[in-house]
Design a protein around this ligand. Sequence first.
Ligand code: AMP
Ligand code: MG
Length: 486
Amino acid sequence: MATIKIGWNLDNSYANLPKTFFSKQNPRRVHSPELVILNEPLAEYLGLNSESLRSNDGISIFAGNEIPEGSIPIAQAYAGHQFGYFNMLGDGRAILLGEQITPRGKKLDIQLKGSGRTPYSRGGDGRAALAPMLREYIISEAMHALGIPTTRSLAVVTTGESVIREKELQGAILTRVAASHIRVATFQYASKYGNVEELRTLADYTLKRHFSDGESSELPYLFLLKEVIKRQASLIAKWQLVGFIHGVMNTDNMAISGETIDYGPCAFMDTYDPSTVFSSIDKQGRYAYGNQPPIGEWNLARFAETLLPLLDDDHNKAVKLAQDALSNFEGLYNNSWLNGMRAKLGIFNEDPQDESLIQVLLSIMHKYNADYTNTFRALTLDKLSDMDLFDTIHFKNWYELWKRRLSSQQESKERVHELMKSSNPTVIPRNHRVEEALEAAEKGDYSIMEKLLDVLSKPYEHSKKQDEYAELPPKSTCGYRTFCGT
Ligand code: AMP
Ligand code: MG
């Protein structure tokens, strides 16, 4: 028995919403759980004691065999567009234990993923396998370290049971921490299956939880729509800037809070190519790197549609308000992206020519198959070797223009270098590194994953260790594929 209390301080505000929004559901027991990894800094932030979390009591909670003090476990209902087609969904293998109030007064969802069947499981087994849960752990924590809003990962346990996919795999459960799990698809569910009062209750709850400045606004639901648009425009720009490909931007995988959520077939792009797709199920390239901004806008249009009855009693007026709000997405996105790109190139002020300077660089990176992350890293370090791109006349011409642009601003070389260093990661979770860590983990060796996590936690450092992880795989990973059947 742990002598020190774990430190749960759970609220269950979501479970107090109308019953249409969830089903009470305990996690299903598992046979013999073992802790694979615990995120101690995150535990501390949550006000949870790591030593107690490592004890049998803690592991039983991560496994779903015990319910933490103060928890009302639920599965959340949602319904949304998957690859453009509307489906009834919901937490088919996840259980929300409640909302932990942190020592600093933040409220964060604690969710078990892979914890057994629920009323929303449809044909699924409610379970998850070890490698995909560790993949989510690694990539979500890498995103956090890169400074990108994301759900976090607190722990992974193995269940001691197998799950059947293409082959027999070790079962596992991830404990996910999120600002909330309210999705565009939660609103779609309320709009399709609830009445207007239920929809309003959800919108009010969301305002209170994430956009409290809007509660006293004259048009609170328009405020909500505009803020969600702003956050998504900023989030997707951040993805583009680091070469992150979500892989499955269905409306159930878009969080209203503006956090990146649901790390299924996601991956980071190596060679710069806007048509890059890793997911084996994305046959049409709907969620390719270059399509992420317009798909984000498409999802937001689905969100706006759900809010129409709340925006104005006059349907036409409501549509006009929604359209005006949506029309801001492109400008907001472009601004965030452009400013982020300026920072990656050490540019502090604005010049109308900047966009073309950036586009020329990207087009020659594409032409010469340059690695996205390493091109910006090389520019940051001013080490222009090792890449074919740098020997080309196209690049040399561009380089002159760029240097001229830098000398047109007041900032010193040191400041330019500092800005570039803090805007261009040395390490991203390269596909071959992630795979190598997962393969070893499946055999019970977690050391490679731990080393990788350590390096990924400081992506903007330029130590020897970091540099080693910037190296590309010996063979190109062009054919790299990620799988959703997790
Ligand atoms: P995802 O692809 O993870 O966004 O999941 C899409 C939907 O399928 C969600 O409603 C999930 O809860 C559900 N789902 C995914 N895997 C399983 C599973 N193994 N068992 C039951 N439901 C699942
Ligand atoms: Mg999902």
